[in-house]
Design a protein around this ligand. Structure first.
Ligand code: CDP
Length: 670
């Protein structure tokens, strides 16, 4: 009780004024707890405190001081400097207690464990999915272990339906459950590029099935460097069943190549059925044509994902969460949070010291989430406690760039992004290391890349040497060029702070050997709701438009980019009209160079921005590579190849108006 009194004194209702109208609307619609009669139980400040207390409770499990941490957590979140992922805000200190935004659920090749002991089958995964969606979390699956359509089912002497049919079950179930009644369902469905049903999968959401089938899924083909090289060489590619070539689903890198070549040899001898023979290049083209048509399937690269995974010793990653920002081992969940970078911009500079200190609090928060989180199955508890993965990200990069006068499509933008990503990664690693000294490293630390003093960026360079064809040299040229003097100054000031904090890369390589609390620390999430609550542009995306309409489950939101309007100052009524109608500035406007919108920025800059973050991010980067509606299939193909070469773990392309309904539309006056 005295503690509660102490904390209640900290509540500062004035901070509600930091919220925008749309921010308040978002909080009221889904986040603030309500009584059964529908009246509000809390205000935004009570919500921040509820979340802070619920999470800081973890400190008492280690004999620490939850009250002082709760006050730090409250301070950071109520000032909108750091926001945890939505389920943490929905459920902290409530009966539900599920705080993760997403999970990867394994799917084995059986109907369920009822008839096959030890098998975690399709209906087992479906049951858990319903439980997870009920709490507001999204789910990801790799369906590649499922035998293809038409393969034999021994117990009934029947034939299998194949992964795509089973995915439809998950889709319908998601429609029925919704996510806690609070948001649209989100799932990632993956099939690997060697699977017999890959072509059916590639077409599953395009052509006549567009806007009809698997609407709750993002789908992605999981590729490997080996396939991509064969596609570039235009070689043949054989399709197999995982029932006969079991090692394909469980390997990556050289081991995958050996497994695949062994399958080919066995197929040549007639020991293994060939389910299809295609030209690898043609298969790739079919895939990017579907993506051009509807946005799906995206690409995931099993090799980039695994080679840069610091916890390789804990297993092979075969799936990501719904939007791709966290590749996860089966049963792991994502515990995300993000820094609102606009709060750290001042007078043409960045407050690096403040950012460094606040990241330490944010990392502590996310690590605490793991200890108070309640999951619907022990598989999730075990997986999460073994690696203790967290993912710190960012909101408001575009706002920051506008304020610093850096166009998104410029070498300067990549330089500043590279520095910011490195800085945030270094601060987060240092924080996780410090917690490990106090509370112990995560249980599977021994044998990890951290234990060996190897950072994800070291792995990025290692892989880059093997996949350099066309785009990588072009990218490195841009990155290795000299930025203009004001950006060079920012880059230097970040380096100075890192040295002062004993967090230079060389120092990090030394200290991580002594322990990390978390197997991963960074993740660039889409920030759909958090950016609304913080009132800033989402994540690392460029501005979508200056004026736009967003269609959400809670209704239509008319939005303006505040930073762009502030920068524009007084505008003529002509320009105003253009912005209201198209969401964009006329191309001859003097600030057009700085305020280009997502569809106006060439896909190469989108991909390079994504890759620049990925170099430092130990989880993944979720980003949409936007293209105008008249983009060609060859643009999508170029973007996929560039993303692959630059070490992006995945890619999602969206060509404007390629779906009949989209979430955001540019312009508000239609
Ligand atoms: O809502 P918030 O801003 O916290 O989340 P986000 O950054 O937009 O998305 C993070 C993750 O939450 C996504 O990758 C999904 O796994 C999950 N999510 C979901 O399950 N359902 C949604 N409607 C939105 C996000």
């Amino acid at each position: 009780e005295p503690h509660i009194e102490e904390l209640s004194k900290l509540l500062d209702p004035e901070r509600d004024r930091l919220l925008t109208y749309n921010g308040v609307r978002t909080l009221m619609s889904r986040y603030l707890l309500k009584r059964l009669d529908g009246t509000f139980f809390e205000t935004p400040q009570y919500m921040w405190m509820r979340v802070a207390m619920g999470v800081a409770y973890a400190e008492s499990l280690y004999g620490g001081d939850p009250i002082s941490w709760a006050s730090k957590f409250y301070d950071l979140t109520s000032k909108l400097k750091f926001l945890p992922n939505s389920p943490t805000m929905f459920n902290a200190f409530t009966r539900s207690g599920e705080l993760s935004a997403c999970f990867v659920v394994p799917v084995d090749d059986c109907i369920s464990g009822y008839s096959h002991e030890g098998c975690f089958g399709i209906y087992d995964a479906l049951t858990l999915t319903a439980e997870l969606h009920k709490m507001g979390a999204g789910t990801g699956y790799n369906f590649s272990k499922l035998r293809p359509e038409g393969d034999v089912v021994k117990s009934t002497v029947g034939v299998a339906s194949g992964p795509v049919s089973f995915m439809r079950l998950f889709d319908v179930s998601t429609d029925v459950i919704k996510q806690g009644g609070k948001r649209r369902g989100a799932m990632m469905g993956i099939l690997e590029v060697w699977h017999a049903d890959i072509r059916k999968f590639i077409r599953a959401k395009s052509g006549q099935l567009k806007d009809i089938q698997l609407q709750n899924f993002n789908i992605s083909v999981m590729t490997t460097d080996y396939f991509m090289k064969r596609a570039l060489a235009g070689e043949d590619w054989l399709l197999f069943s995982p029932r006969e070539c079991t090692c394909l689903a469980s390997t990556w890198g050289d081991e995958f190549r050996r497994c695949y070549e062994d399958c080919e040899r066995r197929a040549a001898k007639g020991e293994v059925k060939i389910w299809g023979k295609v030209n690898a290049k043609e298969l790739f083209e079919e895939w990017v044509t579907s993506a051009w048509d509807s946005g799906d399937p995206g690409m995931l690269n099993k090799d980039s994902i695994n080679v840069m995974h610091p916890a390789k010793n804990a297993g092979v990653i075969a799936s990501t969460n719904p939007c791709g920002e966290v590749p996860l081992l089966p049963g792991e969940s994502c515990n995300l949070g993000s820094m609102n970078i606009t709060k750290y911009v001042s007078e043409g500079g960045i407050k690096w010291d403040d950012l460094f200190d606040d990241i330490a609090i944010a990392v502590r928060f996310l690590d605490d989430v793991i200890d108070v989180n309640k999951h619907p199955h022990k598989m999730f508890d075990e997986a999460n406690h073994a690696t203790r993965k967290i993912g710190l990200g960012i909101n408001g990069l575009a706002d920051m760039m506008i304020r610093l006068d850096i166009p998104y499509d410029s070498p300067e933008a990549l330089h500043i992004a590279d520095t910011l990503a490195m800085f945030m990664f270094s601060a987060a690693v240092k924080a996780s290391h410090s917690i490990s000294l106090e509370k112990g490293p995560y249980p599977k630390f021994n044998g990890s890349d951290w234990d060996k003093g190897i950072l994800p960026i070291d792995r990025w360079f290692e892989r880059a040497k093997q996949v350099s064809f066309k785009y990588l040299p072009e990218y490195l040229d841009v990155l290795n060029g000299n930025p203009d003097s004001s950006v060079a100054e920012l880059v230097n000031s970040a380096g100075e702070v890192l040295r002062k904090r004993n967090a230079s890369l060389d120092e990090l390589r030394m200290i991580v050997r002594k322990g990390m609390r978390n197997a991963t620390v960074m993740s660039i999430a889409p920030e759909g709701s958090r950016s609304l609550i913080a009132g800033v542009n989402s994540s690392i995306e460029p501005i979508f438009a200056i004026a736009y309409v967003r269609n959400l489950a809670i209704g239509k939101l008319v939005e303006y980019n505040g930073t762009a309007l502030e920068r524009l100052g007084r505008i003529s009524s002509d320009v105003r009209q253009r912005i209201l109608e198209s969401g964009m500035l006329p191309s001859d406007h003097e600030l057009h160079y700085l305020l280009k919108t997502a569809n106006e920025i060439h896909w190469k800059w989108h991909v390079m921005m994504q890759a620049t973050w990925q170099r430092w991010i130990d989880n993944g980067v979720s980003k949409t590579i936007n293209m105008p509606s008249n983009a060609a299939v060859s643009d999508v193909e170029g973007a996929y190849l560039m993303a692959w070469e630059l070490g992006a773990k995945g890619i999602t392309v969206y060509r404007d108006k390629s779906k009949s309904v989209q979430v955001i539309y540019t312009g508000v006056a239609k």
